[in-house]
Design a protein. Structure first.
Length: 227
């Protein structure tokens, strides 16, 4: 199964948050479900093509909004997110083109969602999307909220440890010591039933008159003298 969660961030001030978030979500949904470029891009790979291929599978894209992601400027003084070659911009564009679900995540340093009317495309779409928070002082609560959202979007984690063993337990129980004891009890009950039936038959046979028993064998009993 391919990655179902893609974390997009600006390295300058989002790497630590992205790494910690990937770790925590990986514990819930499995590490293979979460894509983080620094961990999941093989050495020597064409990283742009690999990221585009991953986003074509329409994972949920968690866009970590940090001050540097929104405000960083290039050598020409323009916002980096206005540059078509900016990696974060390319990731958001690819996700939107593929029809992926995008969740803006407001991180420490930003008190409110940026004014989308002054952001270059495709970031001007952020204002139309429901966003979440990811704060260092309330990290556990915020991650749990994201986990709830991701589950609502159909992302499921691996089966809990021991689930396979629990499913196989009934089969194993049939061949274990308890199964052997149960089998012996069934055999004993069956033998007892046979013995009881034999005793009842003997009682019935012994109680019949000799003539009846001989008649049952096909012989004729001569009446005794005096009869």
């Amino acid at each position: 199964m391919g990655a179902r969660i893609f974390i997009s961030y600006r390295t300058a001030d989002g790497l630590d948050k992205a790494t910690a978030l990937a770790r925590d979500l990986g514990r819930v949904f499995g590490s293979d479900t979460v894509f983080l470029d620094k961990d999941d891009l093989p050495g020597g790979s064409a990283w742009r093509a690999e990221i585009d291929r991953t986003l074509q599978a329409r994972p949920v894209l968690l866009l970590l909004l940090t001050p540097q992601l929104v405000e960083a400027k290039g050598p020409d003084g323009r916002l980096r997110i206005a540059d078509p070659a900016d990696p974060v911009r390319r990731e958001l564009e690819a996700a939107l083109e593929a029809g992926a679900h995008v969740v803006p995540v407001l991180c420490d340093g930003l008190q409110a969602l940026p004014d989308s009317t002054v952001l270059p495309a495709p970031f001007h779409h952020i204002g139309e999307l429901t966003w979440r928070k990811l704060r260092a002082y309330d990290w556990t609560h915020d991650v749990e909220r994201l986990v709830t959202d991701l589950r609502a979007l159909g992302i499921e984690g691996p089966p809990p440890p021991g689930a396979a063993a629990a499913e196989a337990a009934p089969v194993a129980a049939q061949t274990g010591p308890r199964a052997s004891a149960s089998g012996r009890r069934r055999l004993a009950l069956a033998a007892g039933a046979v013995a009881a039936a034999a005793a009842l038959a003997w009682w019935w046979w012994a109680g019949r008159a000799p003539a009846d028993r001989q008649a049952a064998h096909g012989t004729h009993v001569e009446p005794s003298v005096g009869e």
